[in-house]
Design a protein around this ligand. Structure first.
Ligand code: XIL
Length: 376
């Protein structure tokens, strides 16, 4: 039975199709009122070098995330040295196009320079020194973009697959309260910003339970965490639709919002039996694991389309708690999945192909909004 939102989405689709066969409908318009739809963007897109990518971003998305530009190693490469050139252009890009601007990421164990944790002699610093460095970093970066970056990934990937706390240098040197402190300092620097705990594989029960316990504890202490980010680095078989549904419901029950922060669906054979998005993995090249370098068979295109449709149907079901869905990259050619966890593969994880053209998966995601159910 069509409801009011699906009638509105269908009307929009008809109007945009009538506007010209060359103009595809847009994700941001079709899901307006449900959740924002966005993409991580890279330095070429931020600076305007990739005009084809920018055209897709401007027409399709109403929120952006910085793929690498705001990570510690780029924005704060040396002690006392901040490089705001690309980050400033990133924020200006989002403002020019009236987008929700996401900051990624304040505290992470990856892409953080070694000096952060070391003294002049290369020894690990003490708790007070690292807390001070963390405080200065958050105050400087969040403070600079106060009121302009609307949503921050404050802490990324603090929990292991079995639900225990990851023994990162943040954890080892400061202790578990590095998380609470990071959220408090981000909130002080910008009281209006949404503050996110972001992680991968939360659809797996053990890890989800660890993060649920962490968020419950933070909320009980009054720590200003507003949202849990499900990264969403997925495959054709993982996560199950039931697990996605259960995961969103579980976090909603804690009283936080849910954002899908880094969505992509890999169609390539898996290099590992682990379900992970650990950026440090790097497996040996193997032609058997790169089967589609000349093109993606239509049957796999369709399988990808069906997977995307099924996942979007779950997001739509939970539109009261899902604030946004962000793809990790614009076109297949941009995706980190071409080089992770094996370098030099040809991957097809997104909705736009290497020429910036919408794929069958794009049509399927549009159809979910108009029909309110997965396409077959
Ligand atoms: C990835 C980027 O896409 C790559 O360009 C970079 O080399 C490594 O990091 N989880 C995250 C993201 O939170 O920051 C990662 O992005 C992908 C996994």
């Amino acid at each position: 039975m069509p409801n009011r939102r699906s009638i509105a989405a269908t009307a929009l689709l008809i109007v945009s199709m009538a506007a010209g066969a060359q103009t595809p409908p847009s994700l941001k318009n079709i899901y307006r009122g449900d959740f924002l739809v966005g993409s991580a963007i890279n330095a070429d897109q931020i600076t305007g070098k990739d005009s084809r990518g920018d055209a897709v971003i401007e027409s399709q998305f109403n929120t952006i995330s910085p793929e690498n530009a705001l990570k510690w190693e780029n924005i704060h490469p040396r002690p006392g040295v901040y490089d705001f050139d690309i980050p400033d252009q990133y924020v200006a890009f989002g403002e020019k196009h009236h987008m929700q601007i996401v900051g990624h990421v304040l505290v992470w164990h990856s892409q953080t320079p070694a000096w952060v944790f070391q003294d002049d002699k290369g020894n690990l610093v003490d708790r007070e020194t690292l807390l001070k460095r963390l405080h200065d970093h958050i105050q400087t970066v969040v403070g600079r973009y106060k009121g302009r970056i609307h949503s921050w990934d404050v802490v990324n990937e603090a929990v292991n697959e079995d639900g225990t706390m990851r023994q990162s240098l943040w954890m080892k040197i400061i202790g578990e309260d590095y998380i609470a402190k990071a959220f408090q300092w981000a909130h002080e620097a910008d009281p209006q910003a949404q503050l996110i705990y972001n992680d991968y594989s939360l659809e797996n029960e053990a890890k989800r339970n660890g993060v649920l316990a962490l968020i419950a504890k933070l909320k009980a202490q009054g720590v200003p965490v507003t949202t849990v980010g499900l990264q969403g680095h997925s495959s054709l078989t993982w996560p199950s639709i039931e697990a996605e549904d259960t995961t969103i419901t579980a976090f909603a029950t804690l009283g936080v919002k849910v954002a899908i922060t880094e969505l992509d669906i890999d169609v390539l054979p898996s290099a590992t039996s682990q379900q992970t998005a650990d950026v440090s993995l790097n497996f040996a090249q193997d032609p058997k694991l790169n089967p589609y370098f000349v093109g993606l068979p239509i049957s796999v295109q369709q399988e990808l389309a069906k997977r995307y449709a099924d996942l979007f149907a779950v997001y739509l079901k939970h539109r009261d708690v899902v604030t946004r869905v962000t793809f990790w990259g614009v076109t297949d050619g941009d995706s980190w999945r071409n080089d992770w966890p094996i370098k030099g593969r040809t991957s097809y994880p997104l909705l736009f192909d290497r020429n910036g053209q919408p794929k069958p998966a794009f049509d399927a995601v549009i159809r979910v909004a108009t029909e309110g159910k997965p396409a077959n």
